[in-house]
Design a protein around this ligand. Structure first.
Ligand code: PEP
Length: 260
């Protein structure tokens, strides 16, 4: 069975004090929560990864970076390398987020290099793909997903499928309050899983968690993650509020218990 993952992408929010407070609260409120098959992740800004790690010491909540350099070291001012993340025992890094693609002109080729870099350093990439509204309305969703998957995973080899997470994030649903319907999301997730099966194999496709991202919140989380191919959420806005985030973790547990 696949893990359910509830991951909070904080983007450029929360300072040092807020990070320590939020993580401390999360640790306390989820202290008794132990559900095999559930992974809970928070992704603060680079500079706050150590503060988050420290505040979460002794809990099962894991920490993710929001990006990584495609270079291993050297004269790349402002960048953060995979070995640096590994030296902080950071377990995950988001790559290919639509905001990186939009504001920093990141291409599938660059995302591919970042995925490889993370895999080489035993960090799990949370690789984001998704279509724009214009592409959806033009009926291009599957073609866009296919081209992103092909480009971002070009030459990438996987052993089990557990070493990579994919987040399907329709760009039109990110931070807009518009959520894909559970049918739209399930259809895209099934397409991604079928593509993975054809590109890798059935085992890898079955093991790999595919998250939905795009205005997920307590009110729509259960319906979305109850879909057969939706294995959790990459959550922006609603992950910044402790009550909402904790509520979605509990939803993950109840969906797991129903044995999806
Ligand atoms: C995201 O940033 O990955 C995201 C899904 O944001 P939001 O939940 O705010 O739409």
């Amino acid at each position: 069975m696949r893990d359910i993952i509830i991951a909070g992408n904080w983007k450029m929010n929360k300072d040092a004090g807020e990070t320590a407070k939020f993580c401390g609260e999360l640790k306390d409120r989820l202290a008794d929560v132990s559900a095999p098959g559930l992974r809970v992740i928070v992704a603060p800004a680079f500079v706050l990864l150590p503060a988050a790690k420290q505040a979460l010491t002794g809990s099962r909540i894991e920490v993710s970076a929001q990006d990584v350099s495609s270079h291993v070291q050297g004269a790349f001012t402002g960048e953060v390398s995979a070995p640096m993340l590994a030296s902080l025992q950071v377990s995950y890094a988001i790559v290919g987020h639509s905001e990186r693609r939009q504001y920093h002109a990141e291409t599938n080729e660059l995302v591919r290099d970042k995925v490889q870099m993370l895999l080489d350093h035993q960090i799990i990439p949370i690789m984001c793909i998704g279509e724009t509204l214009q592409q959806r309305e033009a009926g291009e969703t599957e073609a866009v997903l296919e081209s992103q998957l092909t480009g971002c995973l070009n030459g990438i080899e996987l052993q089990t499928g557990k070493e990579l997470v994919i987040a399907y994030e329709p760009v039109w649903a990110i931070g807009t309050g518009k959520t894909a319907t559970s049918e739209q999301a399930q259809q895209a997730h099934a397409f991604i899983r079928n593509w993975l099966q054809a590109r890798f194999d059935a085992q890898i496709a079955q093991n790999l968690s595919i998250l939905y991202g795009g205005s997920m919140k307590p009110g729509n989380c259960e319906e979305l993650i109850s879909q057969p191919d939706i294995d959790g959420g990459l959550i922006g806005g609603a992950s910044l509020k402790t009550d909402d985030f904790v509520s979605m973790v509990h939803t993950g547990i109840s969906v797991l218990k129903k044995g999806k």
